[in-house]
Design a protein around this ligand. Structure first.
Ligand SMILES: Nc1ncnc2c1ncn2[C@@H]1O[C@H](COP(=O)(O)OP(=O)(O)OP(=O)(O)O)[C@@H](O)[C@H]1O
Ligand SMILES: [Mg+2]
Length: 607
């Protein structure tokens, strides 16, 4: 007998699920996309335990007959493709007929569905890919899919799921992204019975954008729009100085499909070239429409990437219009290129006639509460205690020194260090009898402040004369609300102030109060990014790192010899002096032998 066999369907579905369903958020994405394809304008998503125990998506779309519902859970069964030609002109989010059977093969799955004109609905229960029951049921028109105990029968995948909070943050991100691209649909997302988001059916994408990004971010976005040949490109980009430490604030849609497209991301980054520092990312919403046959959406298992036939044109269009919008003068205009010649403003994606170019043009009522509160205060304004040189308030060094190698392998003996000067207002130059040592003043001071803040719980705080407010998106507000009580132990006092606004009341005394807002903003970004938002030590450590970075002296800051000596004394007292809290070296050393070799002196006695 031969060794090769055709695999059973259930196994095939589980294998497909391995590619399509990575985590609970992938299930949410597939079910919500199905609801959109079904023409729903109301989609409710209920989650329990980060989607590990339950994901339930209900919609008021076209529903299915019993016959279709049974087909829907079969592999390669779809209503969205009829012929080979359709594959190259896809107008729906789904097209493979793969999502439902994949999900049903790795969960306890139930589908309740009813077509609006039908008298009765159908309920199908599936366990690990096997149909358990099919029956008539009274149901509202539309579809309700419940996915219980995801990966219950695939332990290896179950183990890869993170904490409920982490899985929930991925779900929230997916829902945000889909909701932003579909302002005409009402979305409600709840977790363990609490409503996380409720986006009412909005007329304009700008309204949805405002709900998702919050007033602060939205107020600093610039609208753009252009049409060239068969391509339409619209959206918003942040002012060049509005940056984030990651690309999470970049929403890209191709023909309505949310994608993480590298070509468009590249074009976006290149448009900002010269405006951004390393590690900074712009905020952007890019809405691209091209003829369906010019883009292949069937190139990635989760349908989150696409391939353009004319990628060159797409790249140049995106880069061009965005560079123009942010007023980048560095970008050489490609005169004569059709993209620029044909650029015309367009209405926003939902088709409303006028897009405010600046968000300030929106209804004044929306702005009122913030303005009333922040009147008279400005971040880092004169009402703060005067900024001190953070070095001068530091205690003298303790005796303990733990020798550690710098990442470049060098060790230094602090006793021997003699300061010779400062290089580029950023590095302290020192010599020992055997080496030339450069100390990165920011990295070194960051290490010092970090260890000082870490050593004590509840470090001495300073109350801000005028509390500073931070506006958040709903998701950020959710995270911050949960964290605020715990941040007190690291000297940061934050309390809710309005729906999505928080007031920063106090920061540790070691930190410049003018940095308060920047610290909280960066902290939010870090936490959202982090995979472990649930573990206490990680959160507090991340918080201390952010504060240390903001509390440390900067590069490009002139230091007196006394300051430099004080810094070295304090660095010496650190437990891990050789690295900053992010792991970068605080010093690098050039040995005399290396220097002599470079000068060609080694081995020759001639002077
Ligand atoms: N919420 C829904 N309302 C109405 N019909 C639905 C719904 N969800 C799924 N269907 C039907 O079931 C079929 C199978 O869904 P499934 O998600 O498995 O495949 P698909 O959407 O066609 O393709 P893909 O695998 O790319 O998502 C769909 O083509 C659609 O006809
Ligand atoms: Mg689908």
């Amino acid at each position: 007998m031969g060794r090769i066999r055709i695999l059973p369907d259930i196994l095939i579905n589980q294998i497909a699920a391995g590619e399509v369903i990575e985590r609970p958020a992938s299930v949410v994405k597939e079910l919500v996309e199905n609801a959109i394809d079904a023409g729903a304008d109301r989609i409710f998503i209920e989650i329990e335990s980060g989607g590990k125990s339950l994901i339930r998506v209900s919609d008021n779309g076209c529903g299915m007959s019993r016959e279709d519902a049974l087909l829907a859970i079969e592999r390669h069964a779809t209503s969205k493709l009829q012929s080979e030609a359709d594959l190259f002109a896809i107008h729906t989010l789904g097209f493979r007929g793969e999502a439902l059977p994949s999900i049903a093969s790795v969960s306890r799955f139930s589908l309740i569905t009813r077509e609006p004109q039908a008298d009765v609905g159908t309920e199908i229960l599936v366990e690990g890919g096997r149909i358990v029951s099919v029956q008539d049921i009274g149901a509202a028109p539309g579809t309700l899919v419940s996915v219980n105990q995801l990966f219950y029968n695939t332990p290896a995948r179950r183990k890869f799921m993170k904490t409920p909070a982490t899985e929930m943050s991925h779900i929230a991100e997916i829902v945000n992204t889909i909701a932003l691209g579909n302002p005409g649909i009402q979305f409600k997302l709840s977790h363990n019975g609490h409503v996380i988001y409720h986006f009412s059916k909005a007329g304009a994408v700008s309204d949805r954008l405002y709900e998702i990004l919050g007033p602060s971010l939205s107020g600093r976005l610039l609208a753009f729009g252009m049409e060239a040949e068969a391509m339409r490109l619209r959206g918003w980009v942040g002012e060049p100085n509005l940056t984030r430490p990651n690309g999470r604030y970049q929403f890209v849609y191709v023909n309505g499909r949310p994608v993480r497209d590298r070509l468009i991301q590249r074009a976006l980054m290149d448009a900002y070239s010269g405006w951004l520092m390393k590690g900074q990312f712009p905020v952007a919403v890019v809405w691209l429409e091209v003829p369906a046959h010019t883009v292949d959406v069937n190139v990635h298992p989760t349908k989150s990437q696409v391939k353009f036939i004319d990628s060159h044109q797409v790249y140049h269009a995106v880069r061009g219009i965005i560079a123009k919008t942010i007023g980048s003068t560095k970008y050489p205009r490609e005169e004569g290129h059709s993209v620029f010649a044909a650029a015309t403003p367009l209405p926003a994606p939902s088709g409303e006639p006028v897009v405010p170019t600046r968000w300030e043009e929106m209804a004044p009522a929306v702005w009122e509460p913030m303005e009333r509160y922040s009147a008279g205060s400005s971040s880092g304004g004169a009402s703060f205690p005067p900024t001190q040189n953070p070095l001068s308030e530091m205690a003298p060094a303790a005796e303990l020194v733990r020798e550690e190698r710098s990442p470049d392998g060098s060790m230094i003996s602090f006793d021997e260090l003699v300061v010779i000067g400062q290089l580029a207002d950023s590095y302290i130059l020192c010599q020992t009898s055997t080496s030339l040592v450069l100390i990165d003043q920011h990295a070194a001071h960051e290490r010092i402040v970090y260890e000082r803040l870490s050593r004590v719980s509840h470090p001495e705080g300073q109350y801000l004369l005028i509390p500073q407010t931070v506006e958040c998106s709903p998701r950020e507000a959710d995270i911050l609300a949960r964290l605020a009580p715990r941040l007190q132990s690291v000297g940061l006092e934050i309390e809710p102030f309005g729906k999505h606004t928080f007031a920063v009341l106090a920061v540790p005394a070691l930190i410049d109060a003018a940095e308060a807002i920047r610290i909280v903003r960066e902290l939010i970004d870090r936490l959202i990014e982090s995979e472990n938002i649930d573990t206490e030590p990680t959160i507090l450590d991340a918080c201390i790192k952010v504060m240390a970075c903001h509390g440390a002296i900067r590069a490009n800051q002139k230091l007196s010899v006394e300051d430099m000596k004080a810094l070295i004394t304090q660095l010496r007292a650190c437990d891990f002096p050789a690295r900053c809290p992010h792991g970068r070296p605080t010093w690098i050393a050039y040995g005399m032998r290396e220097i002599e070799r470079k000068f060609g002196r080694l081995g020759s006695m001639t002077g």
